[in-house]
Ligand binder design. Structure first.
Ligand SMILES: NC(=O)c1ccc[n+]([C@@H]2O[C@H](COP(=O)([O-])OP(=O)(O)OC[C@H]3O[C@@H](n4cnc5c(N)ncnc54)[C@H](OP(=O)(O)O)[C@@H]3O)[C@@H](O)[C@H]2O)c1
Length: 300
């Protein structure tokens, strides 16, 4: 741990899941401006067009022209195959000049059978919008089904599916990345988990999301205990003005919880991804948080 505030993150290999939109996309942009030439960003999500447009944008940016390499990996992180694809691309992109490995576990995943089917159809963004999918939860898959209460979840396969995608996938990706890039002199390793207040506090009708976030955060806390050389950060980005909040406002079953999301939106209390990401970058640059800690955007 260093206490001096660095102006850059080093010559990084930075892997970001869920980089196609929302917070992950912003993290990719912000990291790109804080790295030394020779760095590599590995951007993963299922939406290839959105990833490729970001890849083009960053490659043409000042950082890109100065030698930042950007790889987009179209991968379903819910599948072992998707995890392997990301790991393979990262291994290929790695060079011995890299001095900082950063893994940002940002993506969530859907468990609705209908939306899984649509995912397999690999629709374009325009087609998703024309089908109204953003308002059916398409665009905010990490929430799970918030239209129901705990007592309706009688199907073990459904619950397993959500947890598998939101907890197991993140654990296995992290483990694979740590195996591929073991501790060695001159290599810092930082693992970020994008967490939520829901990891700490119960929200009525958000049982899948709260359970997933709590389990996932504990997993990273255990990792921090086991691997003292790692820097592990559970960053809670606050209420972000992304597709996920649309779902929170429109589909949450519990009236008072739903109203609190509507009020936050109406009163302009949602944060931009840029504002929240700036706090995350500050934490990474200062690098003086306790490894494994849960840090909320409002505490930075
Ligand atoms: N928005 C909030 O208010 C808020 C608050 C606290 C915490 N968070 C957390 O912040 C993170 C980002 O949220 P967000 O609001 O930016 O969500 P979002 O706009 O819904 O974006 C989610 C991202 O995850 C990707 N993703 C979903 N399932 C995937 C899969 N199976 N494989 C690969 N990528 C997948 C999506 O890409 P594809 O669809 O292209 O695959 C997308 O890039 C999440 O972990 C969320 O829980 C959000």
């Amino acid at each position: 741990m260093s206490s001096a505030h660095s102006a850059h993150l080093g010559r990084v290999l930075c892997i970001i899941t869920g980089a196609s939109r929302g917070f992950g996309r912003t993290v990719a942009r912000e990291v790109s401006g804080l790295v030394k030439p020779g760095s590599v960003l590995v951007l993963a999500a299922r939406s290839g067009d959105d990833l490729r447009s970001l890849q083009a944008e960053l490659t043409e940016s000042e950082a890109g022209r100065a030698g930042l390499r950007v790889e987009s990996v179209v991968a379903d992180m819910a599948q072992m195959e998707g995890i392997e694809k990301v790991v393979r691309s990262s291994e290929e992109a790695f060079s011995e000049h890299i001095d900082h490995l950063i893994l940002v576990n940002n993506a969530g995943a859907v468990n609705f059978p209908f939306l899984r089917l649509v995912t397999q159809m690999n629709l374009s963004s325009a087609a998703k919008v024309s089908l109204g999918l953003p308002f059916l939860g398409w665009s905010s898959p990490s929430l799970g089904d918030v239209s129901r209460s705990v007592k309706t979840f009688t199907d073990m396969a459904e619950v397993d599916s959500y947890l598998s995608l939101n907890v197991s996938s993140s654990m296995c990706l992290t483990a694979r990345v740590l195996q591929s890039f073991p501790q060695r002199p001159g290599l810092r390793r930082t693992i970020v988990n994008v967490t939520s207040l829901c990891a700490l506090q119960p929200f009525r009708s958000w049982v899948l999301y709260c359970t997933g976030k709590a389990a996932r955060e504990m997993m990273f806390r255990v990792l921090a205990e086991e691997e003292p050389d790692l820097r592990v950060l559970n960053y809670s980005p606050g209420p972000l003005d992304t597709a996920m909040q649309v779902e929170a406002r429109t589909r949450t079953a519990d009236d008072s919880i739903r109203k609190s999301f509507v009020d936050m939106f109406d009163q302009g209390q949602l944060l931009t991804c840029e504002a929240s990401c700036a706090k995350l970058m500050k934490l990474l640059l200062e690098d003086n948080y306790t490894s494994g800690a849960h840090i909320d955007v409002y505490d930075v």
